[in-house]
Design a binder for this molecule. Structure first.
Ligand SMILES: [Zn+2]
Length: 856
């Protein structure tokens, strides 16, 4: 046998890729002989490998007679290849190796990606490469997958976001590719073409053959192998054999918005109870300007929420609830800049005035000229690799952009552009930007878990100095428990107005201090995470603001209007969001339905809100947890300062007794019982079935087996319920933890009747059981092992994990380690036994709660 000559598959090499100074990964750029561009990344430390392949074809290239074809092609690509004909092969392989996959179709490109545990990159890449070499597009899959796309369409058709987007597309220049219909449905992909004598599958095959061309594809592979080994994979899986049909990367020089489309006012009747105005400007494609980010500069100033900003003036007038400025490239060659505002009822009466003010503000920005310091601050905030050389260029660009807004709008707004307005100022310097990144003095006690460092009748203080991540970051969690809130639905609503405090924290959020302020029926939780330097200051500010809460009449009215809108609009949510809420209402103690809260909204007065903090602080308990770059001394100091703030507001308050601050409780269902609740929703053309099996109070064993069981049925659920039976686009299973209780959920959102879906879920569970029984021992062991091959948690995730143990009063900080230990010893027989007892029809400990949400 003669040794085969090694094929040369590389046309060009790019070894000198610029990277950050901290980056230890190795990079190699290649252009293969067929024009495919590849970026290889070797990261010896990674446990998860990832691959993405992008092809420069999107729904703007759909043939006019088959709208949605690019998206449909993306769906069909996965369903079997010549080498691996099984439709499930790719997903099954990834699922068995702790992997996941994703794909999406955009305007001018389609993206396919997956991740998998590092040891299995080779096998996954083999299956993945086949999609671009020899996909089957079988006839049987074609009809079925049209149904899947149709379900996806039904999910979205009554969502305001998608409706508005389609109106924007449909009203663009006639004949412009942007005016096409992107998602596709049964009518556009199957019925209409067939009445015209067009066979969809034939067009699909042509579309693939024509557009899936190697010279408009780019691929990125990240693995722990060396660059040479990664490069050899390209040859092994014949990436160089992907067909090259010599396509050009398409650029739309012509904007979809010409003179006939611009300066128009379009009114849309929404499905939800909203009032929104959106002003859109055609914008150049700024993707080439990624270093200077001129679009971000303008969006930052128009979208700013500080004093002197456009939003603060619109809020002061009581017209606008929120404002968002955004620029993005729609497709190669053209983009859009938009200013979108949520209006109050009052604001709806003043739409023209609101628009006038937006143009006043743009005029103000133009006359102020570009500011270098703001650009520098932005660069610092975004931690972009900022190079001084680019400043001048950016500024010029930003100025040009402001200029190009000018001629494309109506005369009266041209006047507004030139009119100065007293209310506007450029933002002030952001005091929350950190400057110190040093490590705090090391504690003598090195502990892997949080420790209780102080406790009295008022407060428990938990602390852990970070000794793993060594980053200049920390998290602060502060919980205030008060029994007053849960007593009346009216209290919950009054208390909700405190959530507006978060809106005043714009600068801190810009400076990377994540902040959550959450009111619940048991009290309030404040979570801050980010650079440690300014964090205590910020936490004290928040607690102070809460304890001395005051708002003016106008802000109160706006915030209540916005709250009422949120509560009303909940009924229009996606069916699976509704079912999750209904299940909570059924089992969780002390919560109110959105309707109950809405019913009392109008009875809450400004005085109720102002008096609430004092009332709430008549009796309370606090928990503080600090984790990260901090010291025990600083934490105790912070705890004292926070306590002092609250006690000074309510000097006659008392600490709660132990039995007054129990964590949430849930209803325990009876063994062997099965409950089905039925609800209706009027918004969507799809319904939802959510089945929840109550496993019991969490224990290391329950958590482990349930988590494993969920991993074992996840992939079959997707394949059987979504792909084979086409019951819906949204199909999932989840191992969920709720207030310390364990559940297994199966969720199907789709157009079929709930009774039918309920029945199919039972049949599915039985077949999933058979699959586990028949699973070779080797595959099973693999699944168990793969479950824990995740990358280690980040500091922020660790912080949240520890907090959930503190807040649920279970204090089992080593739970994950224990779960890992136990899981490795779980046998297949144990999983089946668990399934038979708790999930299978007739099981002695089966507790099933199902929610069927019917469509209209
Ligand atoms: Zn899709």
């Amino acid at each position: 046998m003669t040794k085969k000559a090694k094929r040369n598959i590389v046309h060009k090499r790019f070894d000198s890729i610029v990277k950050g100074s901290q980056d230890t990964k190795k990079y190699r750029g290649l252009e293969l002989t067929n024009g495919l561009r590849v970026l290889l990344v070797s990261d010896s430390k990674t446990r998860v490998s990832a691959v993405a392949l992008d092809v420069k074809v999107g729904h703007l290239m759909d043939p006019w007679e088959l709208p949605g074809l690019a998206h449909f092609c993306e769906h069909m690509l996965f369903l079997g290849t010549a080498k691996y004909p099984s439709e499930r092969e790719y997903f099954k392989y990834l699922a068995a190796n702790n992997g996941d996959s994703n794909a999406y179709t955009d305007t001018d490109h389609t993206n396919y990606s997956f991740e998998v545990r590092s040891e299995k990159l080779y096998g996954a890449l083999d299956r993945f490469a086949q999609f671009f070499l020899d996909p089957q597009f079988t006839e049987s899959a074609t009809e079925r997958e049209v149904c899947a796309v149709n379900c996806e369409y039904l999910d979205k058709v009554n969502e305001d976001f998608w409706r508005c987007l389609q109106v924007e597309r449909s009203l663009s220049k006639p004949g412009h590719d942007y005016s096409k219909f992107a998602i596709g449905n049964k009518k556009t992909l199957l019925e209409d073409p067939r009445t015209k004598g067009i066979e969809p599958r034939d067009v699909l095959l042509d579309f693939y053959k024509n557009w899936y061309s190697s010279d408009i594809m780019t691929c990125c592979i990240v693995g722990k192998e060396s660059l040479d080994v990664l490069e050899s994979y390209l040859g092994s899986f014949k990436f160089d054999a992907i067909k090259n049909t010599r396509k050009e990367r398409k650029i739309w020089k012509d904007s979809p918005f010409g003179p006939d489309q611009l300066a128009k006012r379009i009114e849309i009747v929404p499905i939800q109870n909203t009032g929104q105005v959106s002003i859109k400007f055609p914008f150049p494609d700024l993707n080439g300007e990624f270093l200077s980010q001129p679009g971000d500069y303008i969006a930052h100033l128009i979208g700013h929420e500080g004093p002197g900003s456009l939003l603060s003036e619109l809020k002061r007038l009581g017209w606008v609830i929120s404002l968002e400025a955004d620029n993005h490239t729609i497709a190669s060659g053209f983009g859009v800049f938009s200013v979108t505002m949520d209006l109050s009822t009052e604001g709806l009466e003043h739409v023209d005035d609101v628009i006038q003010l937006v143009f006043n503000f743009i005029g103000f920005l133009k006359s102020s000229g570009p500011q270098k310091w703001i650009h520098d601050e932005l660069a610092e905030l975004n931690a972009v690799d900022f190079r001084f050389d680019d400043v001048k260029h950016t500024m010029e660009k930003a100025s040009i952009l402001a200029e190009c807004l000018h001629p494309k709008i109506r005369k009266n707004f041209e006047t507004a552009l030139k009119t100065s307005h007293h209310a506007f100022n450029l933002p002030e310097k952001n005091e929350y930007i950190p400057s110190k990144f040093d490590q705090k003095p090391r504690e003598p006690v090195k502990s892997g878990y949080p420790r209780l460092i102080s406790e009295d009748e008022w407060i428990q203080v938990w602390f852990k100095q970070d000794n793993e991540y060594n980053s200049p970051k920390q998290g602060i969690m502060f919980a205030l428990t008060t029994p007053l809130v849960a007593k009346k639905s009216k209290n919950v609503v009054a208390f909700k107005s405190l959530d507006t405090i978060i809106e005043e924290t714009y600068n801190a959020r810009l400076a990377g201090l994540e902040c959550q302020f959450e009111s619940s029926s048991s009290g309030v939780q404040i979570r801050v995470f980010g650079y440690d330097e300014k964090q205590s200051l910020f936490a004290k500010h928040l607690v102070n603001r809460m304890a001395n809460f005051q708002v003016n009449r106008l802000c109160f009215d706006i915030s209540f209007e916005s709250l009422k809108r949120t509560l009303t609009n909940h009924a229009f949510s996606q069916p699976h969001d509704l079912s999750a809420h209904f299940i909570d209402l059924l089992v969780v103690d002390n919560i109110w339905s959105k309707e109950q809260l809405l019913a009392v909204c109008d009875s809450v007065t400004l005085e109720d809100v102002h008096g609430f903090a004092i009332k709430m602080l008549q009796a309370f308990h606090m928990e503080l947890f600090v984790h990260g770059n901090s010291t025990e001394k600083d934490t105790l100091q912070l705890s004292k300062e926070l306590s002092d703030i609250l006690k000074s507001v309510a000097p006659n308050s008392r600490p709660l007794k132990r039995d007054e601050h129990n964590p949430h409780r849930e209803l325990q269902l009876i063994n062997g019982h099965e409950h089905v609740y039925r609800h209706f929703q009027k918004t969507h053309d799809v319904g939802c079935v959510e089945v929840a099996f109550q496993i019991g109070v969490q224990s290391t064993y329950n958590n482990s087996v349930n988590k494993l069981l969920n991993e074992l049925i996840k992939n079959p659920a997707y394949t059987i319920l979504r792909t084979n039976e086409a019951l819906g686009y949204n199909v999932s299973t989840e191992s969920r933890l709720n207030d310390g209780n364990v559940y297994l959920h199966v969720i199907v959102q789709g157009p079929e009747s709930a009774d039918h879906v309920l029945e199919r879920i039972e049949v599915f569970l039985e077949s999933a059981r058979e699959e586990i029984v028949a699973m070779p021992q080797e595959d099973f062991d693999y699944q168990v092992w793969a479950m824990f091959k995740e990358n280690p948690p980040t500091l922020s995730q660790c912080f949240s994990m520890f907090w959930s143990e503190i807040h649920s009063r279970q204090y089992n900080f080593g739970r994950n380690k224990e779960v890992r230990g136990i899981s490795k010893r779980i046998t297949k027989e144990e999983v089946i036994n668990f399934f038979d007892r708790k999930i299978r029809k007739g099981g002695a400990e089966r507790r099933k709660l199902a929610l069927g949400l019917w469509k209209k």
